[in-house]
Design a protein. Structure first.
Length: 720
């Protein structure tokens, strides 16, 4: 009898409610009647008159890791119900604990009720109900419920909690439905919802409305979005979002995500038919298909109606200067990789004609690296093919083809006293075919050209180490000698992928400072530099690098002010400091060789502690005189100031300025509250840029993030 009573009462509170934050299924809580149960109590009384078995005092039952403790336990054999009273506590092995003043259940477990329930979960969340009733083992009905993931402190309301007059749990669908519910923030009701439901994380997603979004804009008026989620099946889902605008026609968004046996599919699209009858749209399709362990295809395609649609409606990629669509085939093996990609560009800048943008049909890359020989030597093969075409105003369509093959042999060596060497020899051959290309004089021509680039290189470095009671220092000088025939570039050859050149600490020691394949650095030169790193025993790290290059022939194809136009290059360097919370720094620079005048300076500095912290970002780049360069001189300053005002409240303010134009680009302010279960932030942004029909704006966004419930956003409030 004792074991039977204990088993029944263990089930009483095993099935009342399951919060969204829990992962266990209700069926997992049900025990078999054959499972052993340990039971104890101070006194067990058999009331023959009333047909009751009563356990009194320190009642404890242990079953499959679950422990029930109560002051009183009764089994009414006439009514066939089990009742637990006074300080009822059930603890489970997964960390969940259930408290109740009183609970009862029928012996077939299909009917039951409980009063004043509190469920505390292992993740810190808790659920309460004033009254719970079950008329079957499929449906639970509750009254005056609340749920919160916050830590509960006596006498203090949680940061947020979800309260409802009624709640129903349907076990088969794992669905919880709330009636007359509201969201309580810091003890005050904030949002009222007459009806809503959700399914547990482990169960299937359901079709229905998602959290609405609202906001206001001086150009678009009041904005209200109602996302509707469509659960097609476990592998295919879709979201349809109409956004209603008081000053404009509705903006529609469609998003689809799908997974097949071999492919991932993502689709995102926006459409609006404006009141001026102008149709505007943006579509992005992304598909990746894996055919086997060696090959896959990728497609990332953008289609847009005009250059400013993303900016005006604050849509994804609104800060991008252009949209690049690509369709690619990738291949992989242990020693090689292959890529064939088609590119299409849509420029969003005001001063660029899209008719002049090239199409790549396609670009092919193949790379192979051999296994090391017994002496450590290895070789690699690089093959690149480019087929490019573009429109030309009033002329035939230009076509440019380039075929490149490079073979390189490397022999790394280690010296007897720690020095390191690497000897390399390479040869590269290029074949060009040009059709209807415009030369610098403006004439159209067609031609075939070929070039070869043999090269020898010898690299050496020798690290020195010193350790004392403060730090370990490593000083490593390095130098590379490169020689190849000094060739003048063929002027009629287009420059498509080597247009932008910037001498810095990442390429000063490389054999070829040009990016891409259209231009190649030739001649005899020596690259040299010094690394000096300090590793403090207290935890800090200080790194320093400075480098320079010397060319034995002054004549070369580098543009003026590139830093490499003379025999000696400019000095380039970088330094960083990390390890202390109050100071972190990254700095990169380029100095003119004659007078050490600054040609490039890039600083990222963080100073302060959690109470007050300053961030300084400074960028200065002097452009080169290359006819291919698309960028002018730049000098920008970003200043940020942040503070943890309290344990939970943080604030941040920043400004961004164009120092050459002496104008502010952007101002930002953010203040937020964050604890273990929610974050609430107010974000203000003033954008002072202009782009055709976009005239800048001032936006205000309130973002509320609730643990286990997601993110509620008010949207943007735009003020003229």
């Amino acid at each position: 009898m004792r074991k039977y009573i204990a088993y029944l009462i263990l089930v009483i509170l095993s099935i009342p409610f399951k919060t969204k934050a829990e992962e266990n299924n209700f069926d997992d809580l049900k025990a078999s009647k054959n499972d052993p149960t340990d039971f104890s109590a101070d006194k067990v009384i058999y009331d023959d008159k009333n047909k009751k078995v009563i356990a009194i005092g320190n009642v404890e039952a242990v079953h499959e890791g679950a422990i029930l403790v109560a002051d009183r336990l009764e089994y009414d054999m006439v009514k066939d119900i089990i009742i637990a009273k006074d300080n009822v506590v059930i603890s489970y092995s997964d960390g969940k604990t259930v408290f109740s003043d009183r609970a009862e259940v029928s012996s077939d477990f299909k009917k039951g009720l409980a009063e004043n329930i509190i469920i505390k979960n292992s993740d810190g969340s808790s659920f309460t109900a004033k009254y719970l009733k079950s008329e079957s083992d499929k449906v639970l009905k509750m009254k005056r419920t609340s749920y919160t993931p916050c830590d509960l402190c006596e006498g203090k309301s949680p940061s947020w909690q979800l309260k409802a007059r009624k709640a129903t749990y349907e076990q088969e669908e794992e669905k919880t439905t709330y009636t007359h519910a509201y969201l309580d923030i810091f003890g005050a009701p904030l949002f009222y919802v007459p009806y809503f439901s959700y399914t547990n994380d482990k169960s299937d997603s359901k079709t229905g409305f998602l959290t609405p979004r609202f906001g206001n804009s001086s150009n678009l008026g009041f904005m209200f979005s109602t996302p509707f989620f469509v659960h097609i099946n476990d592998h295919h889902k879709m979201t349809l979002t109409p956004t209603y605008l008081s000053k404009e026609n509705p903006l529609y968004q469609g998003e689809y995500n799908g997974i097949t046996n071999h492919s991932n599919i993502d689709f995102n699209g926006y459409y609006i038919n404006q009141k001026d009858s102008n149709d505007r749209h943006y579509i992005n399709t992304n598909i990746t298909t894996h055919y086997n362990s060696y090959f896959r295809s990728r497609m990332d395609v953008h289609n847009i109606s005009d250059e400013t649609f993303l900016k005006v409606y604050s849509l994804p990629n609104d800060e991008e200067p252009w949209l690049m669509s690509e369709v690619a085939l990738d291949g992989f093996s242990r020693n090689s990789n292959f890529n064939m990609t088609y590119y299409h560009f849509k420029d969003l800048r005001a001063d660029v004609e899209n008719d002049t943008m090239p199409e790549i049909l396609p670009s092919i890359n193949y790379n192979y690296i051999s296994d090391p020989s017994r002496f450590g030597s290895f070789y690699n093969v690089n093959v690149n093919t480019l087929m490019l075409t573009r429109k030309q105003e009033g002329k035939e369509r230009e076509t440019y083809q380039r075929y490149t093959t490079e073979l390189e042999y490397n022999l790394p060596l280690n010296g007897a006293i720690g020095e390191k060497y690497n000897l390399s020899a390479s040869v590269r051959g290029d074949l060009y075919r040009l059709d209807d290309t415009i030369n610098p004089e403006g004439d159209t021509y067609s031609d075939t050209k070929a070039k070869a680039y043999p090269e020898l290189a010898f690299e050496t470095s020798y690290p020195f180490e010193r350790t004392d009671y403060l730090s370990t220092q490593i000083i490593e000088p390095t130098a590379t000698f490169i020689t190849s025939p000094n060739q003048k570039e063929i002027d009629i050859l287009p420059n498509e992928d080597s247009r932008e050149f910037e001498l810095n600490d990442t390429n000063i020691l490389t054999n070829n400072r040009y990016t891409g394949y259209d231009k190649v650095e030739t001649g005899t030169r020596v690259n040299y530099g010094l690394n000096w790193n300090i590793y403090g025993h207290s935890g800090y790290t200080l790194t320093n690098f400075i480098g320079q290059s010397y060319r034995f022939t002054e004549k070369n194809d580098f543009p003026t002010n590139s830093g490499l136009e003379d025999n000696f290059s400019d000095y380039v360097g970088a330094m960083s400091f990390y390890g202390y919370d109050f100071l972190n720094m990254d700095y990169r620079y380029r100095l003119q060789k004659e007078d050490l005048k600054m040609n490039r300076s890039e600083l990222d500095l963080n100073v302060g502690n959690s109470f007050l912290r300053t961030n300084i970002r400074y960028l200065f780049i002097e452009s080169s005189s290359s006819q291919f360069s698309d960028f002018k001189d730049r000098e920008e300053l970003n200043l940020g100031l942040g503070s943890n005002l309290t344990q939970y409240i943080k604030a941040y303010v920043s400004t961004k300025r164009n120092l050459i134009a002496d104008e502010t680009i952007e101002n930002k302010f953010r203040i937020g509250y964050e604890d273990e279960c929610m974050s609430l932030s107010l974000n203000l942004k003033k954008d002072l840029t202009n782009d055709r029909d976009y005239k800048g704006d001032t936006s205000v966004m309130l973002v509320l993030e609730l643990k286990t419930l997601g993110v509620l956003r008010t949207g943007d409030l735009t003020v003229e």
